[in-house]
Design a protein around this ligand. Structure first.
Ligand code: GCO
Length: 428
């Protein structure tokens, strides 16, 4: 029998989702509008009713509790709360109040994300993240929500994956508005970092209790894919952009390269009570053509990959957790998971990644949660519904939640607060 991997008392176990991917009918954000143009989403689907989580959240909370979870990370849809600039929709605030109350009734600690990729149409029309007012508008929204729900939400997550929006929307042309403009990319990168500070400050000042507030950084373990000086520089630049820019920026309160020269930003220094880490894979990169100047090297032929084409690389998880912990704030795993049609592969992925998390714990990392991406198969952005990251399947048409074997396995881990010995033996 393998060695049981025990997690600390009070550890948070659960899943993560985002409003647009699961709620359904978020008609007033820029993703919805872009989907309606047609031809953008790879598998031809649109978010549509998604998982109808907006109406079925009670059933979902019940299932989460039944499957041993004690936490849930969800996002608040900004375009519902502030459908027009400066106009707040109290009915929608009420909706999220009901969600949070329901979580509490089911013994699930709420982790609320304020911005998860989607912008209200009005915000996008003002230039989205390119608008110099963007950080202030995000700050105002954060203050409003903290006032409304601050009594009931102990964990606030400001911006999900701050590096993804600038790169995917303004450099790689993959997310709306699909631009490929390095100057815009750098402008958005600056504004998102400034917003992290603004939002933190706004929540701190507006929430009645003292919640824990932090960003969600998608950490990627970056390695050079060749041994030329250019390849090493490419890896360094990629690492700087994906990891150091945000982590150092929050620690030091400055805008560093590639979007700044180290200029200080008021309210940014120490704008985190913890760091949320999303981890999926590593990136092996070499020097490449414009506009990115960096090219990702495909995984080795014998590597295990997901249906997203991402390499399964658990050691990178450990590396990222250790690095995040080096910043001196508690670490919360806010996402980790795999797109796959093979649920046995998901089970193996989870256990192998938990083993790396446990390795980090044993070495003193102050690790407090494992929130798996994701609860149920959902709308995977420009990939559509084809990519399946859920512990539960989504029956087309009925949207019925169907537990996969991985849901049962995750329940066993969460209930035991440990990876049991037999499981460790089987997968490690
Ligand atoms: C992101 C998001 C999630 C994704 C998940 C799988 O990382 O893009 O936070 O919305 O669905 O990461 O790709």
């Amino acid at each position: 029998m393998g060695q049981e991997l025990r997690f600390p008392d009070g550890f948070h176990w659960g899943t993560a989702t985002s409003s647009h991917q699961v709620e359904g009918n978020n008609r007033n954000n820029h993703w919805w509008r872009w989907e309606q143009e047609g031809g953008h989403v790879k598998d031809g689907t649109t978010s549509g009713p998604a998982c109808d989580h907006y109406n079925r959240f009670e059933e979902d909370c019940r299932l989460m509790e039944e499957f041993g979870h004690n936490a849930y990370r969800f996002s608040i849809e900004w375009s519902r709360i502030e459908p027009q600039e400066g106009r707040w929709d109290e009915k929608e605030v009420e909706h999220y109040r009901r969600v949070v109350d329901c979580l509490r009734r089911h013994n699930l600690t709420p982790f609320a994300t304020l911005h998860h990729f989607c912008n209200p149409v009005w915000f996008e029309e003002q230039g989205g993240w390119l608008n110099p007012q963007a950080p202030a508008l995000l700050g105002r929204y954060a203050a409003y929500m903290a006032k409304q729900l601050g009594d009931a939400v102990p964990f606030w997550l400001t911006v999900n994956e701050p590096s993804v929006t600038p790169a995917a929307a303004y450099l790689m042309g993959e997310f709306p508005p699909c631009h490929r403009d390095p100057r815009e990319f750098l402008t958005a990168t600056r504004h998102v970092l400034i917003a992290l500070g603004r939002m933190h400050q706004a929540i701190r000042e507006s929430a009645p209790h003292s919640p824990q507030i932090g960003p969600v950084i998608n950490m990627t373990y970056v390695m050079p894919g060749g041994d030329t000086e250019e390849d090493r520089q490419a890896a360094q630049l990629m690492d700087q952009y994906l990891n150091a820019y945000w982590l150092d920026g929050l620690r030091d309160g400055v805008i560093g390269p590639p979007a700044g020269d180290g200029e200080p930003v008021e309210g940014l220094k120490g704008a985190w009570d913890f760091v949320g880490v999303n981890y999926y894979s590593r990136a092996v990169v070499k020097a490449g053509p414009p506009p990115a100047m960096i090219e990702q090297v495909p995984p080795p032929a014998d590597a295990e990959t997901s249906t997203m084409g991402w390499e399964v690389y658990p050691d990178g998880f450990y590396q990222c957790l250790k690095r995040a912990a080096g910043y001196g704030v508690p670490v919360y795993i806010t996402e980790n998971g795999i797109g796959t049609d093979d649920d046995e592969q998901r089970r193996r992925y989870v256990v192998r990644h938990l083993a790396q998390a446990h390795r980090a714990l044993r070495e003193g990392v102050d690790l407090r949660s494992y929130l798996h991406w994701t609860f149920q198969d959902n709308f995977e952005w420009a990939e559509g519904f084809r990519q399946k990251f859920g512990l539960f399947a989504r029956e087309e048409g009925t949207l019925r939640r169907i537990p996969k074997p991985s849901a049962a396995m995750f329940a066993e881990i969460a209930r035991a607060n440990a990876v049991p010995g037999e499981m460790a033996e089987r997968y490690l």
